[in-house]
Design a protein around this ligand. Structure first.
Ligand code: SF4
Ligand code: SF4
Length: 163
C-alpha cells in the first residue's frame, strides 16, 4: 500500500485517505473537561484558552460500542450528540482537543503513524487493542456515571502514547 501519510499533508489527503487515518481508538468519545486555575469549577469543553488544561475521563459517550470502539450512530452522530467533536480538514485548529495518540494529531505534529495503527496492520484494530491504545475495557458509560462527581473519573491513560 502506498504510504500516502508520509508524502501528503493532512490538508492534501483525499476524503477516503483522511478517513483511513483515524485509528478508531475512540478516545475522542470520552468526556473531557477544562481545568482553569482562575475559575473555581471545571467546565465542559467548548473552547480552550491559554493556561487551561484538558482532563480526560473514562466516561464514554452512550452511543459508543465499547467493545469494537466504534460509534453506533455514525451517520447521525453530530445530530444526536451536539458536542461530538468531529475533526475534519476544515477544523484542524481544534486538533489540540484530541489525545496525544490521536493519529491525526501525531501526523499534524510530525510524529508519523505508530506501529499499532490499523493501516500498518492489515486494516485491523487488533494490534491497537493489544497495545492498550484504544478505550476497550477501560470506560464507564455516561448514563451510569455520576456526572456531578466527574473529577472521580479523571483518567491518565487516554494521554498515553506509544510508537
Ligand atoms: S482520537 Fe483521533 S484517531 Fe482516535 S478515534 Fe478519535 S479521531 Fe480517530
Ligand atoms: S456520537 Fe459517536 S462518535 Fe460522537 S462521541 Fe458519541 S460515540 Fe463518539
Amino acid at each position: 500500500m502506498e504510504r500516502f501519510w508520509e508524502t501528503k499533508s493532512l490538508d492534501e489527503m483525499t476524503r477516503s485517505e483522511w478517513e483511513s487515518i483515524c485509528d478508531g481508538c475512540a478516545k475522542c468519545c470520552l468526556h473531557k473537561f477544562i481545568d482553569d486555575d482562575a475559575v473555581n469549577e471545571a467546565t465542559t469543553t467548548a473552547h480552550v484558552q491559554a493556561g487551561e488544561v484538558i482532563h480526560f475521563t473514562n466516561i464514554a459517550c452512550d452511543l459508543l460500542n465499547t467493545k469494537t470502539c466504534s460509534c453506533t450512530q455514525y451517520a447521525k452522530r453530530t445530530e444526536l450528540v451536539p458536542d461530538c467533536v468531529q475533526l475534519t480538514q476544515e477544523n484542524l485548529k481544534d486538533i489540540f482537543f484530541m489525545p496525544p495518540s490521536c493519529s491525526y494529531r501525531r501526523l499534524h505534529e510530525g510524529r508519523g503513524l505508530p506501529s499499532w495503527h490499523p493501516l500498518l496492520n492489515r486494516k485491523k484494530k487488533t494490534a491497537m487493542h493489544k497495545a492498550g491504545m484504544s478505550v476497550r475495557g477501560k470506560t464507564v458509560a455516561e448514563s451510569e456515571a455520576d456526572l456531578d462527581r466527574f473529577e472521580d473519573y479523571i483518567a491518565i491513560w487516554p494521554l498515553e502514547d506509544i510508537d
